[in-house]
Ligand binder design. Sequence first.
Ligand SMILES: Cc1ncc(COP(=O)(O)O)c(C=O)c1O
Length: 371
Amino acid sequence: MKRAMSSTYMQWAKKRSGSRYNLATSGLRSYSLAGLPVTIEDLDPLSRAGGYGYPPLTEVLAAHCGVAPENVVTAAGTSMANMLAMAAILEPGDEVLVEHPAYELLLAALGYLQADIRRFSRRAENGFALDPAEVELAITPRTRLIVITNLHNPSSAFATEEQLRPIGAIARRVGARVLMDEVYVDAQFQLAPRPSVHMGPEFVVTSSLTKVYGLSGLRCGWILAEPELARRIWLLDDLFDVNMAHPAERLSVVVFQNFERIREQSRALLDTNRVLLNQFLASRTDLEVRPLEFGTTVFPRLLTGAVDQFCELFRDKYDGTVVPGSFFEMADHFRIGIGGETGALRESLEKLGVALDEFGKSTDSLTVAVR
Ligand SMILES: Cc1ncc(COP(=O)(O)O)c(C=O)c1O
């Protein structure tokens, strides 16, 4: 089995996704240090003694998630949390069921771990809703792990407890676990669901402060798992890390102490931005998508023309970016992120509209020429 050694999406995200009219980012604008009640002295001392995690952070995180500290492993972002959780659960060749469409990094990490990847569908015609019947169809006695994002990246579809509980039961039946990447779930402000680890020991949750709070720079990620697995993950982490950057750990504690305020700021921004997005979507006859109810991204289908060509036009002529659907194995879609400052989002959507109009005209004339 060939071992994946890189991620094409991450290379694109790092080198090609930036632009003046950036609709490619899935997280919120960067949160300002000015929003946190800290002084530089609060970051002192810059280093700490060893041990597994920084107890003030582990404790505040455990309280935040409604679990015991023994259930918590801290990690450098959801990315490292996913890698550690998968690596601790899987042996090379183990069968893993991954949603389709999926965030490419999950597939790349599983490829690196030499997992035997199988897929189950989240169907565009159902708004990419999670369907336990699809998991049931794809599961085999060899399945060791089921991988789901909630909210779904790229569509922001929300997986409810009613959908997840049967999937937990299916996993339990074959002795598999369910890895829930919940990095976007806090953008479901209304229901504010509890981390799915509460649904049973087969659920393993990963998340971070990156997306919904615009705090990617802290790399404050975590895994929630039953204590025995959490302990194994800590031991595996010894191979990669001594500990996280301590000033970031200290700042992360401050974030949790001020959580409600920061959460309300995110909620207000997304509430405003979602209205702009939905107005934009309603004005487009060339895009097929449902209005966004919550979340930071939407994944429309472009009804005419090739998305990759459109993305090239948007980048080269308008200095704008969206994420091509090919990164999610659905080449006729693209992903729009709405987490920017409202003024910037408004301008970016306007530019996207102009670029789509131009692209539509060019594909019309092509169609006429072919006729
Ligand atoms: C589903 C999903 N998980 C994890 C990440 C990475 O999160 P972090 O910055 O916390 O590592 C992303 C980033 O796009 C994502 O979409």
